[in-house]
Design a protein around this ligand. Structure first.
Ligand code: HEM
Length: 566
């Protein structure tokens, strides 16, 4: 039988394991002495354990270890590693803030962290209810998160990114998901803030061209009621529209890029989620065992293959300016990034990774927003007609031209519906999230040590009766009424962060793509409402949301029935 040996102990004690293909055989030396007695000799424990007890404990331990297979043994070592590093790792928190989520004071932290994976909603909700106006701390595998009450938001938002960083608080385990570049430079943020948002309606019109192209391809066109995967359809449409504004033609028609941009987010999320379950010291090993990380690498290779020629083309176009052979090109965000990026940012691997990161931020969040609105409409079908009528009226007013500048602010009821749908289905339960880069003391003396993870319970704030009266009721015209009753027509709109609605984050670091997202969502929903009818399949109702830590998803198995409008 083939055996291998692992040396155990501290040299003075020669003990070794014989490992064969199935089970572990322990041969401890010295043979007659006991491993425990060797271990404990000259230690104070010997006062409490006589020789007989030590031998008994040793024989139980030896028997147990002998019964293990090699892989079980490694598994146990692995779990023990995780367990102890959870206990020993340094996890800064707001000073004096209580931990929340324990069932009893004897419950091991590892159990609380494990419960958080699927049960974050209940843990955050009960913490918010209990502590509301004071900070409390929740425990995730990889970190503790100090949840701040909203009274601190005005103060927090004034801190610059160098002191309270949103990007450093992202849960992407950057080193192993190739996203360190997001921390090193904010080109992806600047392009959205300085180019996309100031030219919002121009880019929405550009995106609309791609919507029209993709419509007959991605959206089923059934004459009779047909079951469809609406989430998949929406992802594809949004991926096209994003590709159009970021990369332009022909990349926006390249099936390989569209698939890659959708898959990248899934692989990134799955990789980061897996890694967060293990302590950082295990990441160099575990990262190699996570299959989605290999897919992520493949996605990045594809991104480089597709984006490389686009970058070359832009360089050539720049060189041709003012010559007789001037090269024409699309007005893309990639071009802006190249024109405004430094040498490092303009290197192909970095640019390709950054474009991929932008798809991560934009595609799934937006497509989930549309799918959720359709799920809510089917659950409350009386709202189909008012929203549809609004679209028809706006079309009539804008003489069917539907330029974004004109229709975007007019779809007020749809806007209000989205705000309510997002209240019930936030993409994340904790927003904004920040990492304290330095020690901070707030005006009331609250101390936030460097390294503390901070967040607000956005979903709980939105569902607080003091913010949203009768929060259990799905009342999609809440923000519409609020705006018209108070005359604050430019407030309470979707995508406008305020202290009571943190769905897109808060302050200067709030989502830089939010206005584009809202525009895209309205554009797609308007056309769906004009052309189709929707309902749930027989016997089905609104699908429940899924939770993974604080992230929220619609059930991926959920289906809708659709047919062309009659
Ligand atoms: C319904 C759709 C969307 C939702 C709910 C959403 C939500 C968010 C939230 C909550 C944040 C964190 C903000 C903070 O920490 O204060 C964020 C960040 C971000 N979002 Fe969005 N987002 C959406 C769509 C988009 C789109 C369409 C884009 C791009 C066009 C985009 C680009 C980004 C980027 C780049 C960041 C990270 C900024 C940074 O590096 O700090 N998002 N988003």
């Amino acid at each position: 039988m083939e055996t291998s040996r692992l040396l155990f102990g501290d040299g003075s004690m020669l003990s070794y394991l014989h490992l064969n293909s199935s089970h572990i055989n322990l041969n401890f030396l010295p043979k007659n002495g006991s491993i425990l007695s060797s271990l404990y000799q000259n230690r104070p424990y010997t006062q409490f354990l006589d020789q007989e007890n030590l031998i008994l404990i040793e024989s139980i331990a030896t028997g147990f270890l002998n019964s293990l297979t090699y892989s079980q043994f490694i598994g146990i070592l692995f779990c023990a590693g995780i367990f102890f590093s959870q206990i020993l790792s340094k996890r800064p928190k707001v000073v004096n803030a209580p931990y929340h989520g324990y069932r009893s004071r004897f419950e091991p932290t590892f159990f609380v962290q494990s419960r958080y994976v699927l049960n974050a909603k209940n843990i955050i909700a009960s913490g918010y209810k209990k502590y509301k106006d004071t900070p409390f701390v929740i425990r995730r595998y990889d970190t503790d998160i100090s949840v701040l009450p909203k009274k601190y938001l005005d103060e927090i938002r004034l801190y610059p990114v160098a002191k309270l960083s949103g990007v450093k608080a992202q849960n992407l385990v950057n080193k192993y998901t190739y996203t360190t570049l997001m921390i090193e430079s904010n080109l992806h943020f600047r392009v959205l803030q300085n180019k996309l948002t100031p030219n919002l309606t121009t880019y929405l019109d550009i995106a609309k061209e791609e919507l029209e192209y993709g419509w007959p391809i991605d959206v089923a066109q059934p004459e009779e009621w047909t079951e469809v995967d609406i989430q998949d359809m929406m992802r594809m449409l949004v991926a096209r529209m994003s590709a159009k504004i970021f990369l332009g033609y022909p990349a926006c028609r390249d099936e390989e890029w569209l698939r890659t941009s959708i898959d990248f987010s899934i692989n990134m999320f799955a990789t980061a989620f897996m890694l967060r379950m293990f302590p950082p010291w295990m990441h160099p090993v575990v990262a190699h065992l996570v299959p989605t990380r290999y897919r992520l690498k493949k996605n990045l290779r594809t991104a480089r293959k597709i984006i490389g020629p686009l970058m070359e083309k832009h360089q050539k176009a720049l060189a041709s300016k003012g010559t007789d052979d001037e090269i024409e090109e699309d007005d893309t965000l990639l071009n802006w990034m190249m024109d405004n990026g430094n040498e490092k940012e303009n290197k192909l691997p970095e640019m390709a990774a950054r474009q991929s990161v932008l798809t991560l931020a934009s595609i799934h969040t937006t497509s989930m927003g549309i799918a959720n609105m359709l799920f809510d409409l089917c659950a409350h079908p009386k709202w189909f007609e008012p929203l549809r009528q609004e679209v028809i009226e706006v079309l009539a007013e804008t003489k069917g031209q539907m330029k974004a500048k004109e229709w975007l602010p007019r779809l007020e009821k749809m806007d209000s519906f989205f705000v309510e749908s997002q209240r019930f289905n936030p993409p994340i339960l904790l927003a904004p999230q920040r990492l304290a880069v330095v020690d901070i003391t707030l005006k009331d003396g609250t101390r936030i040590p460097k390294g503390t993870r901070l967040a607000c319970a956005n979903s709980e704030i939105l569902n607080d009766p003091s913010v949203t009266p009768n929060p259990e009721a799905f009342d999609p015209m809440r923000s519409y009424r609020k705006r018209h009753e108070t005359g604050e027509l430019n407030k309470h709109l979707a995508g406008q962060p305020d202290k009571d609605n943190l769905s897109f984050g808060h302050g200067k670091q709030a989502c830089p793509g939010r206005y584009f997202a809202v525009g895209e969502i309205k554009m797609i929903l308007a056309r769906l409402l004009l052309e189709f009818e929707f309902k749930y399949p027989e016997g089905k109702s609104r699908p429940k949301n899924f939770y993974a830590d604080e992230n929220v998803f619609p059930d991926p198995r959920a289906r809708l029935m659709m047919r062309k409008r009659r």
